[in-house]
Design a protein around this ligand. Structure first.
Ligand SMILES: Nc1nc2c(ncn2[C@@H]2O[C@H](COP(=O)(O)OP(=O)(O)OP(=O)(O)O)[C@@H](O)[C@H]2O)c(=O)[nH]1
Ligand SMILES: [Mg+2]
Length: 331
């Protein structure tokens, strides 16, 4: 993927957030409700240290409520985390934020000592939309505009609640290859180097496994193949994604499908459960351990080889010296 967490970016974001963290009482972490884990950045957990966090599972209008409930349950019992399904488009949700932050920071909330909050999250999760909704006016551009860090100012939401004017932009973690595909499927990270068709096939594999009904209904399928490639072909043919000669244009078919998935036309879904993430994390750890073991084995194998070469060189030198001596004697 082209979504790279270059050390330069990482250090800059880390420094910025570290600095800001000393001035805030609460972090409002905006997540994409369809990928509650992959839309997080673990660095935030480290940087916020004990600062409480309000996790907004945004775009709840696109998400499967039953699966969201699994995540709420999963995070329950942690004093510094409060999570709620959320939509920046739902006025009742927006109105509840000051109450939620007060719950996390009960010792502040007066005009003299307002609750100071920072919005943070990965690109395209709805940080700007949230800021505008909270302030009731347009202070941030919605869309895919790059982050511009200006001098930090505070914006008043209510008398006891202020917001830093620039959200903290984080990148998703890309250690787990499955997670990067899910980020691409949902459109949380749009600029990807992954092939469009590949992303669609990963998305289809997931819907075939977990949300067959959504596929059958959306594309009026008579029966559902278990092969994502076959399903993509059917979608292409049904939606007129054809090339000259009547051949199916798979790229166009992928666009049709991914557009339906990203806009929610396919119906509500959540791509991750806590159980599934725990399993994937285990696999990532195993893969890392295997790589490390292979590296060590290569090193171990390389040392005797180098030693053997040295020994050979030494023997040659010795032989040459003896030859030279023998030559001296015969003369
Ligand atoms: N369906 C749905 N879409 C939303 C919601 N909130 C925001 N969006 C859309 O998500 C997209 C990204 O929103 P932004 O507010 O620009 O996201 P951002 O986090 O500021 O993005 P960057 O500035 O790129 O980091 C826009 O198309 C919004 O209209 C929501 O609750 N539901
Ligand atoms: Mg923004």
């Amino acid at each position: 993927m082209s979504v790279q967490w270059y050390p330069g970016h990482m250090n800059k974001a880390r420094r910025e957030i570290e600095q800001v963290m000393t001035q805030v009482d609460v972090v409002i972490e905006v997540l994409d409700a369809r990928i509650p884990d992959s839309s997080q950045n673990p660095m935030l957990t480290t940087l916020r240290a004990g600062v409480p966090v309000l996790r907004l599972l945004n775009k709840k209008d696109l998400a499967d409520k039953a699966r969201l409930a699994l995540w709420l349950e999963h995070w329950q019992g942690n004093d510094t985390i409060l999570a709620h399904p959320f939509s920046t488009q739902d006025k009742a949700d927006v109105a509840k934020i000051s109450q939620w932050v007060s719950q996390l920071v009960p010792h502040r909330g007066t005009a003299e000592k307002p609750i100071r909050a920072m919005i943070a999250g990965i690109p395209n999760v709805g940080k700007s939309s949230l800021m505008n909704a909270l302030l009731g006016r347009r202070v941030a551009k919605v869309g895919d505009e790059p982050a511009v860090t200006k001098a930090q100012q505070k914006l008043k939401v209510t008398n006891g609640f202020v917001l830093l004017d620039t959200p903290g932009i984080l990148w998703p973690k890309i250690e787990n290859p499955d997670a990067s595909y899910r980020l691409a499927v949902t459109g949380a990270v749009r600029d990807t180097a992954i092939d469009y068709e590949d992303v669609a096939l990963v998305g289809l594999r997931f819907f075939i496994k977990d949300y067959q009904d959504a596929l059958v209904t959306r594309y009026k399928l008579k029966d559902l193949s278990s092969d994502p490639f076959e399903v993509l072909k059917v979608i292409g043919s049904k939606r007129g994604a054809l090339r000259a000669g009547g051949k199916i244009d798979m790229h166009k078919a992928a666009e049709v499908f991914l557009n339906d998935v990203r806009t929610g036309a396919i119906g509500p879904y959540v791509m991750e459960t806590p159980e599934m993430i725990a399993h994937e994390e285990l696999l990532v750890e195993e893969a890392k351990a295997k790589k490390e073991a292979e590296k060590q084995a290569r090193l171990a194998a390389a040392v005797p080889q180098r030693q053997q070469e040295k020994n050979r060189e030494y023997r040659n030198q010795q032989a040459q010296q003896q030859d030279a001596k023998a030559g001296d004697k015969t003369e």
